[in-house]
Ligand binder design. Sequence first.
Ligand SMILES: [Zn+2]
Length: 405
Amino acid sequence: MDIQNKLFDLEGTIQPYQWGGFTYIPTLLSREVKAGQPSAEYWLGAHVQAPSIVNGEVKLDALLQQHPQLLGAAVQSKFGRLPYLLKVLDVKDMLSIQVHPTRQSAVEGYAAENAAGVALSASNRNYKDDNHKPELAFTLSEFWLLHGFREPGSLKEVLAERAELQFLLEVFEEGEYAKLYRTVMEMQDEEVGARLLPLLDRILPEYEAGRLLKSNPDFWAARAAITYNSPGRIDRGIFSIYLLNLVEMKKGQAIFQDAGVLHAYLEGQNVEIMANSDNVLRGGLTPKHVDVPELMKHVRFVPCIPQLLPATDVQPFEKAFVTPAEDFELHLLELPAKAALELHTATTDILLVMEGTLDITETGTGFKLTQSRGESVLLTAGATVKISTAGGCQAFRATVPAAAK
Ligand SMILES: [Zn+2]
């Protein structure tokens, strides 16, 4: 492939996970909606499991291995690969409660499992790679999630209001968050059933009758029971729905999830950018492997006040969502009709158009691509491009923060 240009068409991969919705992602990408076929995630990046395709012919991971200079010198020496993964998510059924390790503990955990001879593909494997996985989510709709432990006042109120959960008030008084979480995660299955069944028997009819609001954790506990319980097995993750902050986000807001923060996406669509990793430790609401001792090592047992991440101006029509993560930075380009801006790249950037149509022209060569909603391009290091739009547009730019440059 000719790499004289620094601007390329890019095509991502749909992941058909069971929890995904059916129409949002195919509609965004102008693809056919297939009956019964969920489209949970759309990946743009160089992850080995699903590398994006450049100019319809070359896998992005292979291209960057062959021409690492396309990453730019700083990212090439610091990471040696594309350090981020950009996704669009369509969450129909709630995802597992999870936490991600720090980079240091991922390095140690990955080495320990290798040394113990646990196969990478084994169902009880915790660490798929040696990297951390901080995440930034930007909402494309109203979005619901669980994020970090409730503050003491709010936690006690939620427990006190429900007779079936009041036994946890004493546990919290004795040993705060660590003892509380350990108690529900290490409880015998019979006791999980005995504790949660009376609660579910009470709230499920309310849920079925449409009498519960989404702002009430009972709504999500009932939905979780319908989604994840099987005969004779009640998912202990239902306890966590009451222990964690239940957050409603409006369309167009951003939140950052660092290592150690328990979280779960409940419903809605978002754009997510993360370090290029697949390290997830689960705490329930899943049929997948739950390794409680390993999980406990990574959870930060502190209360959390969920904070929306403010945007920082970069230049007219371009904003950035700055986080402590060195691996990625998400920018939002919003151009009114007839507006234009110029971009310079120091590494491999990905642009995803969310609304409208834009023209992107490489300075010097004059090479031009016209991209509309759902289409994306790759810009390699050292590109200077002009972006213009006749009717207005919105696009995301995935890049690496200045700290890496
Ligand atoms: Zn996560």
